[in-house]
Every structure is written in C-alpha cells, then in structure tokens.
Write a protein that binds this ligand. Structure first.
Ligand SMILES: O=C(O)C[C@H](NC(=O)Cc1c[nH]c2ccccc12)C(=O)O
Length: 436
C-alpha cells in the first residue's frame, strides 16, 4: 500500500517539468494564454470538468487589463510558443481563468482550492548564479518573470488535481480547483468572483509559497494581508513654448511631482499599518515644451478596509490639490483592489491538523504578525464567507535564493510536495459525516 508521500515522490519529476515549463514561458497578468491552455490540457486529460474563459471571468470586472494590441500580441506569442490549440481560444482577449470540478456523485460539501498563474513584469537574471538561468529554463519572454512563485502555485494546483483524481474513490461531495489570472496588482480575483466562480463553495483554501516564511513552517490562517487600492492618475495641462511663452503653459509634470511628494506625506493611521507608493511617474514630451501630460501609477494599502479607505480618500484630496496648484485636470482610473484577510478559525484549525501530519512540516502555525503585502484571494475568501462558508489562506515556507519580486528569485521545488500533500489531506480527511 503506497502512501500519499510515495505517490508524490513518483510524481515529482513531472511536477518539476511542469514548473520549469511555466517558468520558462512566463506570462504576466491577463496574458497567461499558454499557461492556461497547458493547465486546461492537463486537467482535461485527468478527467476534470472544465469551466474556462468568459464562463468564469466577468469581462467588466477585470481590472488593469492590458490594451487590445498587447493582448493580441501575447496571444499570438502563446500560439507560436506551443499553446495547445484545442484550449487556447477560450482565453482570447484576456479571460485566462479556469475552474476544474471533480464531482464524486456522493453527498458532501464543496471544497475549493485556489492558485494563481501570473508572472511579474520583470526581466529575469541571466547570471550563472541564478539556477533557472544556469539550468536553461529562465524566462524566454522579455519583461516577464515568475518572481513570486506563481509557477510553483500553478504546478501545485496540477499536482493536487492529479492526486485527488487518483484517490477520488475516497472523496465525497465536490472538489473545485481555481486557477486565477492577474493576482499581481490584485486584478483578477474580482472578475472571477463577479462571474460566480466562488458561489456554492463551502470550504475555500488559497495558498502561497515563500514570503519569507522559513522552510518547514506552514502558516494556516494568514490574516496579515493589507487592503489595497491600485490606481493610475493622468494629469492634463497645456503645452507652451518653455522659453518664449511659459506663462501660457500649464505644467502637468510639476502637478504630478507635487502630487507624488504629497502622497508620500499622508499621515499614517494610529489604528494600524498603512502604505502609499507612487511606483511610476511618466511626464512631458520635450526639453523645451511645458509638459502637458503626466501619468502616476499609485497604490494605497491599509491593515483594514477602513485604514485603506482613509489613505485613498486623502490621496484623492492630495491629487486634486496638486492639480489645482498648476491649473491642470486629472483622470483617476482604478486598476486593482483587494481587502484585508479574515480567515475562518474553524477552518484554520482543521488545516493546521492536516499540515501537522505531513513529513517535512516542522511547525504548523496560525499566523505571523507583520503586515505582508496584499492578496486578492481575500476577495474570494470574503465571498465564500458571505455565503456562509469557511475560508483561509496558507503559506508554505521554503528557502529562497532572493526576495520576492527580485530578478534572482527562486525557491526550493520540494516545497511543492509539502503543499500538495497538505491540500490532498485536507480533502481526503474531511470529516464528511460532520453535519454536511
Ligand atoms: O498588491 C499586490 O500587487 C499583490 C502583491 N502580492 C504579493 O506579492 C503576494 C504576497 C502577499 N504577501 C506577501 C509577502 C511576501 C511576498 C509576497 C507576498 C503585493 O503585495 O504587492
């Protein structure tokens, strides 16, 4: 009688092959065309019922969508890079979400597991001290890199799919595997929630690997994600001859610069952590032209929704004031959003029990203190909880070669075995008789 761990060891070469393929053909948010098509192909081969594209991604709720030309170029590239043609068309236009369903036909709840698939907009290191470069699977797509382990997350989703189908006779109820696009910038979850992808889910678990958590440690109820609002601001002034008629100009660059300094001067909140970051500033057109256009890419964050709303409202006031100083107009466009996380204690307790059984897990804990970025899985968690279900977010610690979002980021691939076994146990050990 073989064990889950033994089955996973047998699967490990396939897991690393999947991960390294996703890593090499890294695709950013909303253009995960090849990635999604490959995922769909594997899930179909395993026997899952698939809902994809517009059936699980609401068009009008997508945030931070690239322009049509970018979508079309990335779609053509995916086809050229070998995306399985049978599955590719479902995702065209930026609908790269998948929900795979295993319905056992026996009474029981619906358990959902969510992974994200998108890469970051980053050029990967080509140095020999970076393993993916040394081993020949660094990203082949310029400006796109898996520097937050979403290639590992996608592989964990496929490994879990493989194992649960293998053990399906021991399951009851329904299993849903959610493969989400565009987590970076908190852009994709909102559209999957709006499409109803989370409706009917009784128990929801999202995952992340790394994040600075040491190898051997599993966090079972991450509650330190910050609510966040992502937005672009376009400033429009009046161009004029900088030497001859400066008084006729209205300087969009100065307005944006004023706004940037003002945004970073917003007072912190006494009740919890808050953040503001102006990540991008673009402005002007020529040395001797009073700049008529400027763009800021900004994010606000707060330990709670209320704190993030405080920062965002102050940010809008600062932007309006800076625009008034320079007589320019502004257009603010929302590009992403996520809420703070509130895991369900009963589900956290159950997940901790499952993680504690896995070889290689030295400690399974509920949470860590420090605010740790943001995650739009929090929107999925909130929807499940609003519907009366339970939800949590797990982090599987691992050794990292560099920090997340760094061009030399890499992780110890064996962490995928721990994550898959934990999630498989969560489904297989569910106390089906317990009131469901
Ligand atoms: O706000 C975003 O764009 C989402 C993005 N999310 C992540 O990077 C995932 C994440 C959440 N918490 C941590 C902590 C460390 C690394 C990564 C993460 C972030 O926080 O910038």
């Amino acid at each position: 009688m073989h064990t889950l761990a033994q089955d996973l060891q047998t699967l490990f070469p396939q897991l690393t092959a999947w991960r390294r393929d996703f890593h090499h053909f890294a695709e950013s948010g909303w253009v995960e065309f090849r990635t999604a098509a490959k995922v769909a192909e594997v899930l179909d081969q395993l026997g899952y019922e698939l809902a994809m594209g517009r059936d699980v991604v609401d068009a009008d709720s997508r945030m931070g969508l690239p322009d049509e030309a970018t979508l079309a170029q990335a779609f053509a590239r995916a086809r050229q890079q070998g995306a399985p043609e049978k599955w590719l068309s479902a995702f065209e236009g930026g609908f790269t979400g998948i929900v795979a369903t295993l319905n056992t036909g026996r009474p029981g709840p619906t358990l959902a597991f969510r992974v994200d698939m998108d890469a970051l907009d980053l050029d990967e290191s080509t140095q020999d001290d970076h393993l993916p470069a040394r081993e020949g699977f660094a990203s082949c797509n310029s400006g796109m890199m898996h520097a937050c382990a979403h290639d590992g997350h996608t592989t964990i989703g496929l490994g879990l799919a493989h194992l649960l189908m293998q053990y399906r006779a021991q399951l009851n109820g329904t299993i849903k595997l959610i493969f989400q696009p565009a987590e970076e910038g908190t852009r994709g979850a909102r559209a999957m929630v709006a499409a109803g992808a989370l409706d009917g889910v009784d128990y929801f678990t999202a995952i992340h690997i790394g994040t600075g958590v040491p190898a051997g440690t599993v966090i079972c109820g991450s509650d330190n994600f910050m609510a966040t609002t992502k937005f672009d601001v376009r400033f429009t002034g009046v161009a004029a001859h900088a030497g001859g008629k400066p008084e006729e100009g209205r300087n969009a660059l100065l307005a944006a610069a004023q706004a940037a300094i003002g945004l970073h001067s917003i007072a912190p909140h006494s009740e919890g952590a808050s953040r503001v970051n102006v990540g991008v500033m673009q402005a002007g057109s020529g040395r001797n032209v009073v700049p008529a256009t400027a763009l800021l890419k900004v994010e606000t964050r707060g330990e709670s929704e209320a704190i993030n709303n405080y920062v965002f409202e102050r940010a809008k006031a600062v932007i309006d004031g800076a625009a008034a100083m320079h007589g320019v107009s502004t257009e603010l466009r929302l590009m992403g959003a996520a809420t703070s996380s509130a895991p369900s204690p009963a589900w956290v307790n159950y997940l901790r029990e499952q993680a504690s059984q896995v070889a290689g897990v030295e400690q399974a804990i509920d949470k860590v203190k420090a605010p740790a970025g943001s995650e739009d899985a929090t929107l999925m968690m909130a929807r499940v909880q609003q519907n009366g279900g339970l939800a949590s977010y797990m982090v599987f610690g691992t050794t990292l070669s560099a920090g997340h979002h760094n061009e030399k980021f890499d992780f110890d691939e064996t962490v995928m075995l721990i994550a898959i076994e934990t999630l498989a146990r969560t489904a297989l050990n569910f106390p089906w008789t317990r009131g469901v």
